[in-house]
Design a protein around this ligand. Sequence first.
Ligand SMILES: Cc1cc2nc3c(=O)[nH]c(=O)nc-3n(C[C@H](O)[C@H](O)[C@H](O)COP(=O)(O)OP(=O)(O)OC[C@H]3O[C@@H](n4cnc5c(N)ncnc54)[C@H](O)[C@@H]3O)c2cc1C
Length: 269
Amino acid sequence: MTTAPVPYRVTATGTETADCVSVEVEPTGRPLPEFTPGRFAMMYAFGVGEVPISVSAIHGHRLVHTVRAVGAVTRALCRLRVGDFVGLRGPYGTGWQLAAEDRPDVLLIAGGIGIAPLRPVVHQVLGHPGGFGRLEVLIGARTPQDLLYTGELARWRRAGARVEVTVDRPGPGWRGNVGVVTDLLARRETDSARATAMVCGPEVMIRHTARALLDRGLPAPRIQTSLERNMRCGVGHCGHCQLGPLLLCRDGPVVGYDRARIPLATRER
Ligand SMILES: Cc1cc2nc3c(=O)[nH]c(=O)nc-3n(C[C@H](O)[C@H](O)[C@H](O)COP(=O)(O)OP(=O)(O)OC[C@H]3O[C@@H](n4cnc5c(N)ncnc54)[C@H](O)[C@@H]3O)c2cc1C
């Protein structure tokens, strides 16, 4: 695998929210190896810097990344226009484990931009009708304006997914759920005996959700969590992303809660 950034050209951009943009890129030459849901690229904004960003959709070698502008590099990525170039390394990290053999129920729980790395799982499940059991997507956001992919949610529902959304702070005209995303677990329809859960969002949300799922009978190894830390090298050399015994760029970001529980609890103290 190459560790030098490979040039990709921007083929489309789309504003998702006030601070989130989706950027579609395609290789200008030899593509990187195939990405799978949950894995990430190191994206290099030329002259600014490099950051880890998950794939939010995979169309062969064309990739979509959804970026929230929080600092210098992510702001530069959000300013990209069609025809601009970025550098990509990867794919890095572990991905979501999704084995179709035993037709599992799939329960996705996202907080904020955490829906971005889960979106390719939705595409994968809906793209294999009959391959999986029930698909449930539970999404929490701070406000209705912070919800991502709102245009796609109706398509997911039409294709058979149960999609529930909740917000912390409703605005005028909001008639949906209000509260934290774990509240939605009470009405969940997936079966603990056959479900695999994937949880992505702020760390506090991951901890509460994982505990709630354990209480509802899901075994810890079937609760997959995505743990994020500042990363530099992407290949487990620099130690920048160490969390307890885990180097998250290599051993994560997707880690079963059986392995994630202790490092997360240690950090909480
Ligand atoms: C595996 C992985 C996948 C990611 N996927 C996405 C994605 O799909 N879309 C997206 O928008 N962002 C994603 N991130 C987060 C993204 O990498 C950071 O927002 C980015 O590194 C910030 O860089 P910056 O130079 O723009 O801002 P900086 O100036 O470096 O940081 C701005 C602020 O964000 C905080 N920050 C930086 N990195 C992280 C991080 N990893 N987690 C939490 N806070 C952080 C800093 O502490 C600071 O407060 C991912 C991170 C990881 C580790």
